[in-house]
Design a protein around this ligand. Structure first.
Ligand SMILES: C[S@@+](CC[C@H](N)C(=O)[O-])C[C@H]1O[C@@H](n2cnc3c(N)ncnc32)[C@H](O)[C@@H]1O
Length: 254
C-alpha cells in the first residue's frame, strides 16, 4: 500500500507522467478496457470548469497538481495559473515541462521492462501563463492572493488534515469564483488519521458520506452548482490498472 512519500518516487513519477500526458493507446493497450476513464487530468477541467463564469484575466490555482496537466489545461481559460504540490520531484518535472514543453520518461510494461516515450504539453497551450511551486495545501503561503478558480483533483483523501485545506478556500476564492473538488473518497489511515476523514465511517449508527461532509463544511461560503461522477484510469503496468470513479463537485463562492 502506498504511503505519503510515494509521490517522491520514480515509480510515481512514471505513473503520473503517463496518467497526465500518455496517449490513449499508451495508457490502455486493450480495446475492451474502460476508455471513458482516459484523459482524466484534462477532463477535470474540460468537464467541470465553467468558463462562462470566469472574468477576463482570470487567476486559477491547482492544488496537488502533481506533474501539472490540469494546471496547463486551466491555462486554456485563465491568464495566470499556479500549480502547487508537496512533492518536490513532481514540481521539478512540472517546471521542466513548463520551460521545455516536453520531458522524456519511461513507463512500465512488465517488471523491469519499460517503454521510452516523451510527455508533451499540448502546443496550443500558452505555457507562459503557468508557474509551479512546492507547497502544502493545508498551509499555503499567505501572499498567494485570491483566485477565480481553484482545482483540488484527487487531493483531499491524500491529506493528513483535509478539513484544514477546505478551511482555506473561502479566503482563496473571489466572490463568484469556482472550486472544483474531485475525490475517489479512498480514505486510508496511512494518509489521513481516521479522526480527520471526511466520510467513509459510521457516526451514531449512521453512515457518514464525503459529499454530506463537504456540503456541511462548504455551504456557508459556497453554493454547490454540480456533482459529476468522473471515471479515471491509472496504469501500473500493461496488465494492471486502477479504475476509479471520482466524485466531482463544483462550488461557487457566495
Ligand atoms: C492522488 S495525487 C493527484 C494528483 C493530481 N491532482 C491528479 O489528479 O492527477 C495526490 C497529489 O497530492 C499531492 N499532495 C499530497 N499531500 C499534499 C499536500 N499536503 N499539499 C500539496 N500537495 C499534496 C501529492 O504529491 C500528489 O501529487
Amino acid at each position: 500500500m502506498n504511503t505519503p512519500d510515494f509521490y517522491e518516487t520514480e515509480r510515481a513519477l512514471s505513473e503520473y507522467l503517463l496518467f497526465h500526458y500518455g496517449s490513449p493507446a499508451q495508457t490502455l493497450p486493450w480495446a475492451f478496457g474502460p476508455a471513458t476513464a482516459l484523459n482524466y487530468p484534462a477532463r477535470c477541467v474540460s468537464e467541470c470548469l465553467e468558463p462562462a463564469r470566469l472574468p477576463a484575466h482570470a487567476r486559477a490555482l491547482d492544488l496537488g497538481c502533481a506533474v501539472g496537466r490540469s494546471t496547463f489545461e486551466l491555462a486554456r481559460h485563465c491568464s495566470e495559473v499556479i500549480g502547487i504540490d508537496s512533492s518536490h520531484r513532481f514540481i521539478e518535472v512540472a517546471r521542466h515541462l513548463q520551460q521545455q514543453g516536453s520531458m522524456p520518461y519511461a513507463y512500465v510494461e512488465e517488471g523491469r521492462l519499460t517503454t521510452p516515450t516523451t510527455a508533451v504539453v499540448p502546443a496550443e497551450i500558452d505555457r507562459r501563463r503557468v508557474t509551479f511551486e512546492p507547497g502544502d495545501a493545508q498551509a499555503l503561503r499567505p501572499d498567494l492572493g485570491s483566485f477565480d478558480a481553484v482545482l483540488l483533483a484527487n487531493l483531499v483523501d491524500r491529506l493528513p488534515d483535509p478539513g484544514r485545506c477546505l478551511g482555506l478556500l473561502p479566503s482563496l476564492v473571489r466572490p463568484g469564483g469556482q472550486v472544483i473538488l474531485t475525490t475517489p473518497c479512498t480514505w486510508l489511515e496511512n494518509y489521513t488519521a481516521r479522526a480527520q476523514w471526511l466520510g467513509g465511517f459510521e457516526q451514531d449508527g449512521h453512515p457518514v458520506r464525503t459529499l454530506k461532509t463537504l456540503q456541511a463544511v462548504l455551504d456557508p461560503h459556497f453554493m454547490l452548482a454540480r456533482t459529476l461522477d468522473l471515471p479515471f484510469l491509472i496504469r501500473e503496468h500493461a496488465r494492471k490498472f486502477q479504475w476509479s470513479v471520482a466524485l466531482a463537485t463544483v462550488w461557487i463562492r457566495r
